[in-house]
Write a protein that binds this ligand. Structure first.
Ligand code: GBH
Length: 509
């Protein structure tokens, strides 16, 4: 098999505003639900906050520099809604907030790095949350008005847009568990009401781009869905696994990409049955009107999704409580999620590593929705502590890129990009700064928040240069690592280490 990635395939990395920026109240920025949650003691590990984070609000030039150092083709970042609109509404506009992103975009373009912009990576303005947030149907207007302002500021320079990051985390994880902001536990109704509104809000943002901006500024719009691949724990549970896939990704994709639009029919039916059993008179999954169904249908120019993990599913045993979707199971389908038997793990035990799941997920998407360009908008490996020597993370990326190449070459899937989560270490939500995902380490003790490349940053740089799996990007590090371990001098910087390794190799040859 040809080991080369097609020229159209792009390599990038991602961050999200709250996780890196800091400057939580700088220049009049308004408060959002993660500010509020992190300022409430006991909600986040070590009571960490994103008040300063990696201080990208001041240090964004460093982010551009490291992105450019690795040769990234694009950088995916997100915009903090209340940094531009402090109340969330258009009544107040922050010039400084708008300038921050404008400068970042210009800085990236000057380095030949394409900006990929997410409109919403979970920072709902508190005022809107207090009026129901994603359970209030007016959020469709609120989000649309915000999107219009963002496009009018940056659509001249930004050509790839993602409306919502991981709608199923916003709607399902948040309300089912009650730990993510807004920290409201309401598993029965809220996830489904939110699901409907978030699809409409995405569609509104898409339609606004389509009708008001596309003719002036080219561009493409999608969303970044979170897809955990689901396997049946025995072949006899394939039908259940299929329903679970619809629960996971289908509810957030079928309305947009399927031929008829609306909810995935089998899941819709299962939910009606479940709801009636619960004594409801209608389904808890709110109905789309014909008009709404048409409005949402077709609102993606490509398909963006985040892939981290795979789970197995089996029916719950008698008396067994399935727990919450999609952490431990699903009450609605009375089934339990389990970790794949042959997976390995980073620091987060909730994210078993199973690279084959990525390819299977894409085959499923193609079977369901036909040919559409697919972009992996996040994929990443968790670790703990300060550690530059992260061979496992490099290996993780290599294995996932291998699966992507198989999808491109053998399954004929048009994969247009791969996005590493994350460019730099950041505020890892409920885990604070304990869990790391960065290609670059950030020293959170250092007021300068110094960024230092991990071995995985060098691996990625090498990969981007070669654009082929047939390279020695990984092998280099095995050798470099051995040299590092047997070396008496503590260099502490893998870039310098690699340089010395090559220098030695050169001299010796
Ligand atoms: C991504 O979501 C996010 O987009 C990104 O911001 C984040 O930094 C990255 O994950 C790493 O976590 O057991 O209730 O704590 C990936 C999907 C779903 C993974 C929620 C973690 C934790 C659920 N995430 N899950 S819980």
């Amino acid at each position: 098999m040809d080991q080369k990635f097609p020229d159209s395939f792009k390599f990038g990395a991602a961050t999200a505003s709250y996780q890196i920026e800091g400057g939580w109240n700088a220049d009049g920025k308004g408060e959002h639900i993660w500010d509020r949650l992190s300022h409430t003691p006991g909600k986040i590990r070590d009571n960490a906050t994103g008040d300063i984070a990696a201080n990208s609000y001041e240090k964004w030039r460093e982010d551009v520099r490291v992105a450019s150092e690795m040769g990234l083709q694009f950088y995916r970042f997100s915009i903090s809604w209340p940094r531009i609109l402090p109340t969330g509404f258009p009544n107040k506009f922050s010039k400084a907030g708008a300038k921050y992103y404008s400068d970042l975009i210009d800085g990236l373009l000057a380095e030949g790095i394409e900006p990929v912009v997410t409109l919403f990576h979970w920072e709902l303005p508190v005022k809107m949350q207090d009026m129901g947030g994603w359970t209030n149907p007016l959020i469709v207007d609120w989000f649309g008005n915000y999107a219009r302002i963002v496009y009018s500021l940056y659509a001249d320079r930004v050509k790839t847009w993602l409306t919502i990051n991981e709608a199923n985390v916003v709607c399902d994880i948040a309300y089912n568990i009650g730990a993510y902001a807004p920290a409201i536990k309401e598993p029965d109704y809220a996830p489904y009401i939110c699901n409907k509104h978030i699809m409409l809000a995405h569609a509104r943002a898409y339609r606004i781009f389509d009708q008001e901006f596309r003719h002036k500024h080219s561009g493409r719009v999608s969303l970044a869905n979170n897809l955990m691949w689901i396997e049946p724990s025995s072949p006899k549970y394939e039908k259940l696994a299929e329903l679970a896939r619809e629960n996971m990704g289908g509810r957030y994709t079928h309305p947009i990409l399927s031929k008829n639009g609306g909810w995935p029919p089998a899941y819709e039916k299962a939910m009606l049955k479940y709801s009636l059993e619960q004594g409801e008179t209608e389904s808890r999954l709110p109905h789309f009107t014909k008009e709404e169904q048409e409005y949402v249908k077709g609102t993606a120019d490509f398909y963006g999704f985040n892939y981290y993990t795979t789970n197995m599913i089996r029916p719950a045993k008698p008396g067994e409580h399935p727990g919450q979707w999609f952490v431990s199971g699903t009450t609605e389908l009375n089934a339990v999620l389990e970790q794949p038997p042959n997976a390995y793990y980073g620091a987060l035990k909730g994210l078993p590593v199973y690279p084959e799941g990525l390819r299977k997920q894409m085959v499923w998407l193609k079977e369901q929705y036909g040919d559409i360009d697919m972009m992996i908008t996040e994929c990443g490996y968790s670790s703990i502590g300060y550690q530059l020597d992260d061979y496992e993370r490099s290996d993780f990326f290599h294995e996932h890129l291998e699966q992507i190449l198989l999808s491109i070459k053998l399954d004929n899937i048009s994969v247009i990009g791969f996005t590493v989560w994350s460019l730099i270490d950041n505020f890892e939500w409920l885990n604070g700064y304990y869990i790391k995902f960065g290609l670059y380490e950030v020293d959170f003790e250092d007021p300068e928040r110094k960024r230092t490349p991990r071995a995985s940053a060098l691996y990625y740089e090498c990969m981007i240069k070669s654009r082929s799996l047939n390279n020695s990007c990984l092998d280099q590090f095995v050798v470099a690592k051995q040299q590092f371990r047997s070396s008496a001098i503590n260099i502490g910087n893998s870039r310098e280490l690699l340089f010395i390794y090559f220098l030695l190799k050169f001299i010796l040859s």
